[in-house]
Design a protein around this ligand. Sequence first.
Ligand code: FES
Length: 145
Amino acid sequence: MARRDFTKFLILTSFAFTTGQLWILAKSWAAPSKQQLPGVQIASVNQLAVGNSLVFAYPGEHDKCVLTRLDSDTFVAYSQACTHLSCAVIPEPEKGRLYCPCHEGAFDIASGNPIAGPPRRPLPRIKLDFQDGAIFAVGVAQPTA
Ligand code: FES
């Protein structure tokens, strides 16, 4: 390969790399952040007795989550996908946990932190808001542990 061809190759490769980086940057600016997720009504406060749970989808129709009422004033919601290999976790509020039957994993129901089995990361927590007796999912808190 001649020096001139090699120089052309380097310039074209650099141009393609720079264009790719700019494209990624533009997409990240255009995409809504997780902080800007829409609020979606998932239940009414009276619909869920203490110790009961319900499954809902948030933020996408395939993103299964689970809402549990721990006491008269405390509701928690998490992604239902186990952070080990994405099996669906099952709320067991009477045991204070969300249980994953695939590999005997468990998460603390009050915090979402892993307490047993192979999971090492907490479940993503769904942010809740309450208005006029209705419960809304308003965002996804990224796990910090
Ligand atoms: S998928 Fe949940 S413990 Fe393995």
